[in-house]
Design a protein around this ligand. Structure first.
Ligand code: PRX
Length: 652
């Protein structure tokens, strides 16, 4: 099916699922929120922020948009983010509530209450400040999904310092690039973590990243988890457990300004270099907690919530750490992979903890669909009452399967659209209000204004497609790209002035509901993870064998898109190795340069690449070839025969 046909069939999706009367009656998010927000948008956010958070010094200003695109929210208020996630719950008598049900991949488990988590974070804050960490310093966190990773994030936040979590699947090279860009003073890591039944080393990658000694990093704190052998640089490396033992759990949380930076999270853009997306405190926490409560219908006294994201991604920041903990939720965190030691592992965890709210990515759902419904049907999933998805478009088939097989035909599904840059959910149904449609993310949440525009900035109106924009500033919006204000302006604000350009194509249906159609730039979405074609191309051409490379995201039934690379070898290498061997070497190389997630699924060795007369690689044609379609119009190509040669060699 061509993309146009796919869109057409999507938009004819007629199934509708209104909330049941019982669900609607108990729902947290009510229709009145939309009215309140449209009557007075800023007043609405101010009310939410006052109700949801503890402000040490209450704010009097709501939004300062006098110097767009640089927004300030609640700027004259002060708060401590970690205090909001911890101490205030203990002070309210909720210290015995479980904050984290940690499940390790090998089956070990720990339940950590709010009182215990608060005490650990206070100790960690004392430790970090004894090591010289102060407000504004940067700390890299490179860890498996362990309670200590969350403790580390909150301890950094408690001190007003800035964390930058690097996903454990990124390579030493990627880690180093982030350490350098952030000029991090400290790295917090683990010896190793459990994945697919074995231990993967993390400390070794840190050692490699810091090997030349020419870095800003002064200390490396190492959590013991994998039990694997590690090398030790004395004076620099410290065991977390040894350092934590003597620490006092008495620590007063200082209040910081609402715009104090909270974290930097690197994400792929359209150029080779990842962007350090900067988020600050008060506005971010307001929207993370508002959406977590209303979109997932959180009843913190009774719900058990589980978001399967890793803390290395924005979903882990907003919906594992900050949103749930600010709301005093009880949640499950799981260290390992969904299929270890058996393919029913996730459903077993849902049964074991009685998970009631479950949030995951469409790729995972499609993978489970392939494995068959018999696997989840072996487990009791009747505790589930709200299901969510994030990260990529969900096809109506997968949506229906999720509802029927996992949700027992009753649970509402919220398809949530947002980005690293938006910090929190922007477009989603409210489960007690919206009549849901399989495949559409539907409506902006209360207080958020979006539109779909043509390239020259005209509104497309219902039953038409275009580019998704956010027309008004929002509390959890990115405040910039770390130390690169020009790139910030250029990337998001040069297209439509003060309207934020999201980089996604979207279609409005006859009800003006939004259907997301994927990226319109050179960003790929593989299993809900963002990767840049340029970044992988740069990695490929850095290999001594490669002369030129072009990368495209080709449609993949399970992962949404898959990385497909076309490479031209330098003449002295051409014909010296089999195509298979070249592919093997280049895939391994990309794994080292960026990380395993970026390894191309397929590498085609070609003699030429299709280019326009001005020398631009025509990725559209390569995508057609990779997806096995007829290449359309080739009239702008410099040499149309190139395409035939490539498709012949690919078809071989
Ligand atoms: O293309 C959109 C897609 O993921 C991109 C953002 O990626 P990232 O910053 O890594 O954040 C992912 C998790 C929030 C978007 O530009 N995307 C995210 N959610 C959806 C989606 N596409 C369609 N439907 C969604 N629900």
């Amino acid at each position: 099916m061509s993309k146009e046909q796919q869109i057409d069939s999507l938009l004819h999706e007629e199934r509708r699922f209104p909330p049941s009367a019982e669900f609607a009656a108990q729902a947290i998010g009510q229709a009145s929120l939309y009215e309140q927000a449209s009557d007075d948008r800023e007043g609405f956010w101010a009310t939410q922020s006052r109700e949801l958070l503890h402000w040490h010094k209450p704010f009097t200003e709501v939004l300062d948009w006098s110097n767009p695109p640089f927004a300030k929210w609640f700027a004259d208020g002060t708060l401590n983010v970690a205090y909001n996630c911890l101490d205030r719950h203990v002070a309210a008598g909720l210290g015995d509530r479980v904050a984290l049900h940690f499940e390790g991949e090998p089956g070990d488990r720990r339940d950590i209450t709010y009182a215990e988590l608060t005490s650990e974070v206070k100790k960690a804050a004392n430790l970090l400040s004894s090591l010289g960490l102060t407000q504004g310093d940067r700390v890299i966190i490179y860890m498996p999904l362990l309670p200590e990773a969350i403790i580390a994030m909150l301890a950094v936040a408690r001190l007003g310092a800035i964390h930058s979590v690097v996903f454990g699947g990124f390579s030493a090279e990627s880690l180093r690039a982030r350490i350098d860009d952030a000029e991090a003073k400290m790295v917090i890591t683990a010896d190793g973590g459990n994945r697919k039944g074995s231990v993967f080393p993390l400390k070794a990658a840190v050692d490699q990243a810091l090997a030349d000694g020419k870095t800003s990093v002064e200390k490396v704190l190492v959590v013991q988890r994998g039990g694997n052998e590690v090398e030790w640089t004395s004076g620099r490396d410290l065991w977390w457990h040894e350092e934590m033992t003597p620490m006092s759990d008495d620590h007063r949380a200082e209040a910081f300004e609402a715009e104090n930076p909270l974290f930097i999270l690197y994400t792929s853009g359209t150029t080779g270099k990842p962007k350090g997306i900067l988020h600050t405190s008060g506005g971010y926490l307001t929207q993370a907690s508002f959406t977590h409560k209303n979109v997932f219908d959180l009843h913190p006294e009774t719900d058990v919530y589980w978001c399967t994201a890793d803390i290395g991604w924005i979903t882990g920041h907003s919906y594992v750490v900050y949103g749930p903990l600010a709301n005093g939720a009880t949640q499950v965190i799981y260290e390992g992979t969904p299929d270890t030691p058996h393919p029913g592992r996730w459903w077993e965890i849902i049964e074991k903890y009685g998970v009631s709210i479950f949030y995951t990515a469409p790729t995972a759902i499609r993978t489970f669909m392939k494995l068959g419904r018999e696997i989840p049907q072996k487990f009791d999933l009747s505790s589930l009452r709200v299901l969510g998805t994030v990260g990529e478009p969900i096809n109506p088939e997968a949506w229906m399967w999720y509802r029927e097989v996992i949700g027992g035909n009753t649970t509402p599904i919220v398809d949530t659209w947002w980005q690293t840059e938006t910090g929190a959910i922007m477009i989603s149904a409210l489960p007690g209000v919206t009549s849901t449609k399989p495949g559409s993310a539907q409506v902006p949440i209360p207080g958020i204004c979006v539109d779909v525009l043509t390239e020259d900035g005209q509104q497309v109106g219902p039953e038409a497609g275009g580019l998704l924009v956010i027309t008004e500033p929002w509390p959890s919006m990115l405040r910039g790209i770390w130390r690169d204000p020009e790139r910030f302006q250029e990337t998001y604000w040069s297209m439509f002035g003060t309207r934020y350009f999201a980089g996604d194509g979207a279609h409005l249906d006859k009800d003006s509901d939004v259907w997301l159609l994927g990226r319109v730039d050179d960003v790929m979405n593989i299993s809900g993870h963002r990767l840049s074609t340029m970044e992988i191309e740069s990695a490929l051409v850095a290999h001594p064998m490669t002369a030129e490379a072009a990368v495209v995201g080709a449609h993949d039934d399970t992962t949404g898109q898959a990385v497909v690379a076309f490479v031209i070898l330098k003449s002295r290498f051409a014909g010296t190795l089999s195509d298979e061997e070249v592919s093997h070497q280049l895939r391994a190389w990309v794994g080292e340069q960026i990380g395993a997630i970026a390894k191309p699924k397929r590498v085609f060795v070609v003699a030429e690449l299709p280019k326009t007369r001005s020398g631009k690689i025509m990725r559209r044609l390569l995508r057609d070839i990779a997806e096995g379609r007829d290449v359309g119009d080739t009239t702008t190509l410099m040499d149309a025969s190139v395409i035939r040669t490539i498709s012949d060699s690919v078809n071989e």
